[in-house]
Design a protein around this ligand. Sequence first.
Ligand SMILES: Nc1ncnc2c1ncn2[C@@H]1O[C@H](COP(=O)(O)OP(=O)(O)O)[C@@H](O)[C@H]1O
Ligand SMILES: [Mg+2]
Length: 260
Amino acid sequence: MSATAAPQLELRSVTKRFGGVAAVDGVTFEVREGEIVGIIGPNGAGKTTLLNCISGIHRLDGGDIRWRGDSISGMPPHRIARLGIGRTFQIVRPFGSMTVRENAAVGALFGSADARRRPREAFELADHVLELVGLEAKARHPVSALTIPDRKRLEVARAVATRPRLLLLDEVMAGLNNVEIDAALEMVETVHATGVTVLLIEHVMRVIVGVCRRAIVLDFGQVLAEGEPESVLRDERVIQAYLGERYAKRRRTDPGRDGP
Ligand SMILES: Nc1ncnc2c1ncn2[C@@H]1O[C@H](COP(=O)(O)OP(=O)(O)O)[C@@H](O)[C@H]1O
Ligand SMILES: [Mg+2]
């Protein structure tokens, strides 16, 4: 990987409106192969909508999205997935009546071009990804028996089983406690270490600081700040947008205090 290589993913002035409201409003940034980039921002900032634009669920109202130099704007989701862009959903929706292993195998069966394979191979790949996310011991459990953190692991496993080159994660750590977040961070790092670029949406700041080298802050559909997580999170505008004016005030009077 060289510093001059074309970005893997490029967003140029990406805009998506619902009715008259721009949920994503002229967003421009790029992601290079091998990066872990975090997107943060308050509820309603447009994070999930942005991810839906990248994975082809929404048609753009403006701008362009490029994958390895070629425009993918207007492509249907299954074609974008086949190019190697995998994703999780904020609302976890596994196939409840199936086992954990069967769910992971679904990802392997319907993944990117080189991930689609015969059932037996799909199950081998499923076993591999379940090990990767730490779910191997529960492979034969019904999905309905899984705890919330394990369902999120499974969601990541399903996405990883599609063999993406870029993995889009939508708040996979929301609602987890600190111990569970640590385990989930480790999981993301493990997946990243297999050569997968990660674009991660999170509401939890600790996650962004923990694994991302670069963070992009969205507010009202626009990029409010971008840079190293530590410096971005010290940005007064970000603190105000993300945590509200009350927390910003508290920080000014008590700068030693930890974030939530
Ligand atoms: N399918 C949709 N139809 C109409 N409005 C939507 C739709 N999806 C998202 N929105 C609106 O777009 C804005 C951004 O939402 P979203 O992308 O879910 O934010 P975030 O993920 O940052 O919390 C919100 O105001 C939300 O109500
Ligand atoms: Mg969201």
